[in-house]
Design a protein around this ligand. Structure first.
Ligand code: HEC
Length: 512
């Protein structure tokens, strides 16, 4: 079945609401046991839930690694955890089951409350667990491609007072359409990077936008400023690398650029950041590409002073077009307060709640990946309801006095989009079937011959890419020199050809 859903952009979201009141008298119901201490109980809660952001050099304003660092914040820690503001997590429970959900249990909140109430004691350092180590290495291992937003670093000056949304356009130089199956984002300066969204630009418009704006990159608060054919997802502090499900991938067309929109939060100091992006090529056939379906309304006006103004959007899947939703990313600007997306089946009437955020904060943008992809049958309507507060009571209100607000890219404009990252069940790309019939050294070159060797293929030696692979025809590829260090004389190695759709040839044993 041939179906191309219109693709546009991807926005992002993340962090916590809902209040629970802790009755401290309940938490020590049993006989007075040993007091709760940092070294024994509390640091273990911080390791599980807080330290990914609260360690030196990362986004949170202070570290929760050691007693000395944490103790001065005890009261604030108690109130932010009791109110469930920390750890930041926006989706309301019971609507969508997301991977990497953050949140404390009632018991953990009570333990922290009791620790603070009894004097925030250190306890015996002998009780401390092994400290967590945060290194800056790639969690995905060696990347197949590493991209950088800027070579020299982007400066966020001490004088900057408002958030900066900077787009960096980066060539991929892929010589063929290529499937990406894993993405990791690493800001060099985690203190100021609040989120990153990766867009795919096949138009080249990002280059002229960059040229029109002095300094590296260009500023764009809303989308990236061009009609994107897709995204490579997004990143927010504490997010693990994205690893796509087997058989699925992001398609990056030949010659496309990746545009990284980086949201910088100035902190009153001179800061410099280069954000790096690691990509992994598909190593097994990709049958379905992960595409972005925006549930979107661009035609609305939120009247000045409206306290609770609803904007709706919907999209109906045609009958027989069954999909699997991998992730959801709501997107609004500063006036947004709530967003809910549900899927209603037009035949059975069955409803599924995809996501509900009741305490929107545009500072915490994230995309939320489902633990298991949501299977949604055709003839289902996605219904989105967003609510906006355009009054002076909204503490994010950018216009005093408030003015009528419509769709637009500026901070003072609004957006109403729920991006769904999904695959279409009926899509089944026929994988290529490369095969090797001969491997030989010819002069100083390694030459492989066979069949169905596609443009953009790479030779692999014991699974490692030979990066200077050149494809000469469907039957032949070669490496001029990079192969030599990968194949020591007299050692038998496994040679394969890896096509850009992820299909690899059977192994060919070779020794020189
Ligand atoms: C995803 C990153 C992240 C995680 C995880 C996280 N925090 Fe935070 N925390 C932040 C950031 C960033 C701030 C600064 C305020 C903001 O931007 O919301 C903050 C602020 C705070 C504050 C408020 C400081 C003040 O100014 O009063 C406290 C207290 C706090 N965090 C405690 C915790 C605790 C306790 C945990 C774990 C239970 C935790 N945080 C987990 C990122 C995080």
């Amino acid at each position: 079945m041939k179906l191309r859903i219109v693709l546009i952009a991807l926005g992002i979201a993340l962090a916590g609401g809902g209040y629970s009141v802790i009755d401290l008298s309940m938490t020590r119901a049993s006989a007075p046991a040993d007091p709760v201490t940092f070294s024994d109980q509390v640091v273990r809660i911080f390791q599980r839930n807080c330290q990914t952001c609260h360690h030196p050099g990362d986004i949170a304003p202070f570290s929760l690694m050691t007693y000395e660092e944490a103790a001065p914040w005890a009261d604030s820690i108690r109130s932010k955890t009791a109110s469930r503001t920390m750890p930041p997590w926006k989706p309301v429970g019971g609507c969508g089951e997301f991977a990497n959900t953050r949140g404390l249990t009632d018991e953990e909140i009570a333990t922290i409350g009791e620790w603070v109430a009894t004097g925030a004691l250190e306890g015996n350092p002998a009780d401390l667990p092994e400290p967590l180590v945060f290194d800056d290495g790639w969690k995905l291992g060696v990347p197949d491609v590493e991209l950088r937003t800027v070579q020299t670093g982007y400066r966020v000056p001490a004088s900057a007072t408002s958030d900066i949304y900077r787009c960096f356009t980066i060539p991929t130089n892929f010589d063929a359409d290529r499937f990406i199956t894993a993405v990791e984002v690493a800001p060099s300066n985690r203190k100021i990077v609040h989120h990153v969204i990766l867009y795919i630009d096949t138009t080249g418009v990002s280059v002229s936008l960059d040229q029109q704006d002095p300094g590296p990159g260009y500023t764009s608060f809303g989308g990236p400023g061009f009609a994107t054919v897709g995204t490579l997802g997004g990143w927010a502090p504490g997010a693990p690398p994205q690893v796509l499900r087997d058989g699925t991938g992001y398609l990056v067309p030949k010659g496309a650029r990746i545009v990284a929109q980086v949201h910088y939060k100035p902190n009153g100091q001179d800061e410099v950041d280069t954000t790096s992006i690691a990509l992994k090529f598909a190593r097994s056939p990709v049958y379905q590409d992960v595409i972005i379906l925006p549930i979107i309304n661009q035609d609305f006006t939120i009247p000045a002073n409206a306290r609770d103004f609803p904007v709706t959007a919907s999209f109906t899947l045609p009958p027989l077009v069954d999909v699997k939703i991998e992730y959801v990313a709501p997107h609004m600007h500063l006036l947004g307060r709530e967003m809910q997306i549900t899927a209603r089946n037009l035949v059975t009437g069955e409803r599924k709640c995809l996501i509900y955020i009741d305490d929107w904060d545009s500072h915490w943008q994230g995309s939320y990946r489902y633990v298991e992809p949501l299977a949604i049958p055709g003839a289902t309507v996605f219904e989105l309801t967003a609510r906006y507060d355009n009054s002076e009571l909204n503490h994010n209100q950018p216009s005093i006095p408030p003015v009528d607000v419509s769709w637009g890219e500026k901070t003072t404009d609004e957006m109403c989009i729920g991006f769904l990252g999904l695959t279409i069940d009926a899509e089944h790309r026929e994988p290529s079937a490369p095969i090797l019939s001969e491997v030989r050294v010819q002069g100083s070159k390694l030459v492989v011959e066979g069949a169905d060797i596609r443009p953009g293929s790479l030779i692999t030696v014991d699974g490692e890419l030979v990066r200077d692979t050149r494809v000469k025809s469907r039957r032949k590829a070669l490496s001029k020199s990079a192969w030599a260090s990968a194949i020591p004389a007299g050692v038998t190695v496994r040679i394969q050809v890896l096509n850009p759709d992820g299909a690899a040839s059977p192994e060919f044993l070779f020794a020189r």
